[in-house]
Structures are given as C-alpha cells and as structure tokens.
Design a protein around this ligand. Sequence first.
Ligand SMILES: NC(=O)C1=CN([C@@H]2O[C@H](COP(=O)(O)OP(=O)(O)OC[C@H]3O[C@@H](n4cnc5c(N)ncnc54)[C@H](O)[C@@H]3O)[C@@H](O)[C@H]2O)[C@@H](O)CC1
Ligand SMILES: Nc1ncnc2c1ncn2[C@@H]1O[C@H](COP(=O)(O)OP(=O)(O)O)[C@@H](O)[C@H]1O
Ligand SMILES: [K+]
Length: 546
Amino acid sequence: MSELVTAAQMRAIEQAAISSGKVTGLALMERAGQGVVQAICETWPELTIGAHGAVVLCGPGNNGGDGYVVARLLAARGWSVAVFAYGDPARLPPDARANYERWCRVGGCAPLTALDDSTFSDAAVTVDALFGTGLTRPLPSEVLNALMFASTRPNAAAPQRPPIVAVDIASGVDADSGRVIGGDEQGDELPYWPALTVTFGAAKVGHMLLPHAGDTRHKLVVAPIGVEDDIARAYLTWNVVEHLDLAAVRHIDLLGRPDISLQALELAKDVASHKFGHGHAVILSGPAGRTGAARLAARAALRVGAGLVTVAAPRDAMAENAAQLTAIMLREAEGAAALADLLRDKRLNAICLGPGLGQARARDLVPVALDATRDRDVSGVVLDADALSAFADDPVDLFTMLHDGCVLTPHAGEFARLFPDLSARLNAPAMTGPAYSKVDAARDAAERAGCTVLLKGSDTVIADETGDAAINAACYDRAAPWLATAGSGDVLAGLVTGLLARGYAPVTAAETAAWLHTEAALSFGPGLIAEDLPEELPKVFRALGV
Ligand SMILES: NC(=O)C1=CN([C@@H]2O[C@H](COP(=O)(O)OP(=O)(O)OC[C@H]3O[C@@H](n4cnc5c(N)ncnc54)[C@H](O)[C@@H]3O)[C@@H](O)[C@H]2O)[C@@H](O)CC1
Ligand SMILES: Nc1ncnc2c1ncn2[C@@H]1O[C@H](COP(=O)(O)OP(=O)(O)O)[C@@H](O)[C@H]1O
Ligand SMILES: [K+]
C-alpha cells in the first residue's frame, strides 16, 4: 500500500521539509523539473538521441516554475524550446520567478495567446505547466483555449499535435478529486488527455480517481524529489502537522502489491487447520431462474479460501441449484423464519445477500441476517445489489439495522439509491477546489451507515467509520476494463464474504477482495467473463507466493 496525498498534505510536507532546513524550495523545484525531463526520456527513448523541439506552457505559480526548469534543462540538451506564459511573470512566486529569470538568460517567452499552428510543427512534446495542485477555480478561458488548441489537430490534413506531458497534473483537474473544476453534468471532460503525467513525491488522490484516471493510454510517473520519507505517514509527525489543518489528517491508501503480499501469509492456509478453521460462508440465492449470481458469489467465496460455503435457496430454486453445485453445499431457506433457523448455527460466520436475490426476498431476509449476526464476536454480512436497492424508499431503516461487521458493496446506481444527497453532490459540477470527491462520498456514506462501504468502479473506494479510505485503482498499468461484464460484481461480493468467513476484518476483507478481483482480471486478460474470475485466483495466489 502506498499513501496518496491531497494538495494540502503535499504542501504541508514540502513546507515542513523547507522549514526544517533539509531542502530549499528552489532545490525541490529543480528536482521536479529533472523528474519531468527524465520521465520524458524514459517514455520516448528516441528523444534521448539528437536535438528535438518542445513547447512549454507556463502558468502563474510554482507549477509554472517547474515549467521554466524543464525548458532550461531541455535547452541544455540542445533542444529548441518555445516557452509561452500565462499571467505576468513579474508576479510569479519567488522560486518560480527565479527560474523564469534563469530561463530568460537562455531563451524567450511569449504570451500564451501567441500560440499558433506553426508553434507545434517541430515539437516532439508539449509540456503543460500551467496549473498544478494550486488550482481552485475553473481555468481562465485563455488557458482552456490554449490547451484545446495544443491538443487538437486543426484539420484532417494537418499533422497530429505532439503528445502533452502534464506537470504534476493536467491543468484544470483538481488534485484531490480528479475532477475538472468548472466541468459539467455531462461528465467532467478533461481539457485534454495527457500522454504522460509526472507528479512529485507521491501520487495525489485525484490521479487515481475518474475522470482523471479514466484513459488507458495515459501514463503516470511519480518522480522522487527528496520528501518521500516524509510522506510515509509523516504528516502525523509534529513538524508536518503544524503546517496542516488537523481535520485533513486522514489517510488514503492506494492498494498495491507489496502490502497485499504481506497478507499472503494470511491468505495461506495453516498446515494444521481443518475446514472449520477457515469459516463457513452462506450465500442467499434468489428464486428459480435467477440463481446464477448467487453461485458466482459462492464459487468466489470458496476459491478465496472459506472452509465451507453453503447456498441457501428458496424451495423453487433447489433443483436448479442442486444441478449445478458440487463442492458448495445447498440448504433450503424459503423465508425469514427458515433463515433465522439456519443462522442459529454459530459456525456460519459470513453471509452474503444481494446477488440475484430479488427485492421482496431481500426486504424479508436482510433484517433477519443483520439481527442474527449483530452481537456475535465473529460474523460478517455483505449486502450487495438487491439487498441495497430494496431499501431505496427508506435507507434509514437499513442504516439503523446495520452493524460494524457489515460491508456494503454498491455500484454508483445503488449508491445513489441509498445516499441520494451524497450522489447528487458528487455528480454536481465542481466549481471550486478541493472538490467533493468519490473518497469523500464513500467516507460520508460509511459514517452514515456505521460500517464499511465499498463504492465500485475502475476507481473503487473503500472506507469505514474511522474516516480512513483506500482506493483500488484499476487504471494506468492496472487497467482492467474487461471487468465491466455481467456478474463480476457478484464475484466481488463473494470474495468479500469468503474473506470475512476466514476472519478478515470487514475493511481488510473489502480491500483485499477488490485488489484480488482486479488481479484476477489482469491475470486472465481479454475475453474475461465473470465465471473466469474465481478460476483465476489459484494463479494469482501462486504469483503472490501464497
Ligand atoms: N511547493 C513546492 O515546494 C513545490 C511545488 N511544486 C509545484 O508547484 C505546484 C503548486 O504551485 P502553486 O501552489 O503555486 O499553484 P499552481 O502553480 O498550481 O497555481 C498558481 C496559483 O494560481 C492561482 N489560481 C488557482 N486557480 C486559478 C485559476 N483557475 N485561474 C487563475 N489563477 C488560479 C492560485 O492562487 C494558485 O496558487 C505543484 O503542482 C508543483 O508543480 C514543485 O515545484 C515541487 C515543489
Ligand atoms: N472499466 C472497469 N475497470 C475496472 N473495473 C471495473 C470496470 N467496470 C466495472 N468494474 C468492476 O466490476 C464490478 C462490476 O460490478 P457491478 O456493477 O455490480 O456488476 P454486476 O452487477 O454485473 O455484477 C465492480 O467490482 C467494478 O468495480
Ligand atoms: K499542469
């Protein structure tokens, strides 16, 4: 897992490093510029040989300062560099001003409005250093126009515009939410898609959220600038906290291989244990003709290591399930009384309701499952799909029944049914930064529900009542678009249930399941359907060293 930072946290970390005397702002800016040039060379190795052209667009703050460093370093490699500035360079902050003046001893600087088609004719890259983490308002129209001009081919006969390298983040995008400031309900369209984004010290939260994270051709590089040690949870130390609003000190982790690998130890089965040592998961099935979703979830729960898995089905669905289940057990549970009876067996320690369940059955059974598990030491409940939508008319009714062993796994539509106000806030155009983000929405939902919430998407966010959150980013080199297939959410619900049965804490079960789900999709590759996901887990486990 690695820590993601907000703009405020990054500023506090930099200020703390500067005020401790460990580094100067100028040195940080120099390293940032070096990081951009190095990432350009690594992304396009052909540019390391010979001299090329670059267009560098510089803004009115320190992001612009980074741009002047990049311009100077590329010129030092013999490149011909054309610099265009937005705003009055005389009003740049001190470090950026110093780098502007250094650049002026090397080359010229034209206003942004002077860009024309000939500007790009010999350029191998365009560098966007207009706005970074300091963006708080919609882009001025002059800047928006320049970015659209730099990214759009004027006509079919003209050559393509050069690829754009975003310094820190694409200008116009809010670093905390990944959203476009001044975007609209049509879906926050970015002013342009960078080919490469080079950020500093740590990825910002917004890099891992849509729409920013939504383009699979987009590469993200985190360039070290010497404050990385400070970032590793360091904003809890006194010298950083004094630069930071304490209310902002809540962790957001990016789920990643090293940390999940540590959990491989937990995923492994103990040599001395028998099946009852790994828990018993129950998946509630829907009526005849709608049983597939429950079996997908059950298969995932078994593959992820639950010792036993039982599908509990209504009478009319028994034959259909029996015809298709082997290692997974089958019990009849027609209605509320039958489920209450089944759950008297305390060995059943994780329950999944939702996939294919039907809303009427969900309304009957969810209260029973929550009641039966509330005061048990070890018991988890996963509510997905119909078990969430069934409470759209009265979400508070559901929230009063939930307990801290619960995990809700809504997609955006189900989330909107249970948390209409949070969904509306998330989907309203963002006019100021930091904008309300998917992380904020998941956190607020978890607090309101009093349990873990996993809000799905290629930028899945997991949050619990503590306010800490994690993102499973299926983007950049982990893009897994084949997960957008019927039933993959049912598999995810089963993975969470299986891990709960194995004794994982709800938030850890949700995080691990989301990560494994993406890894299974990546391991299988194109052509993936939901049935493939559980079957791919053994390969993922072997690769993890489980
Ligand atoms: N703080 C540091 O020590 C470092 C910062 N670095 C760079 O500095 C950037 C942050 O710099 P700044 O905080 O100066 O901010 P930016 O350069 O992102 O923005 C400049 C200023 O523009 C104003 N502004 C915001 N939105 C605007 C809008 N829509 N129209 C017009 N003006 C607007 C704000 O006052 C903002 O501070 C980072 O993204 C990174 O590129 C790097 O050099 C590494 C070191
Ligand atoms: N483009 C995508 N990239 C990565 N993951 C995705 C993508 N689209 C969907 N997913 C994941 O696939 C699952 C789909 O779940 P859901 O929407 O409930 O579908 P279903 O109801 O068909 O099972 C979620 O875990 C979601 O995060
Ligand atoms: K930028």
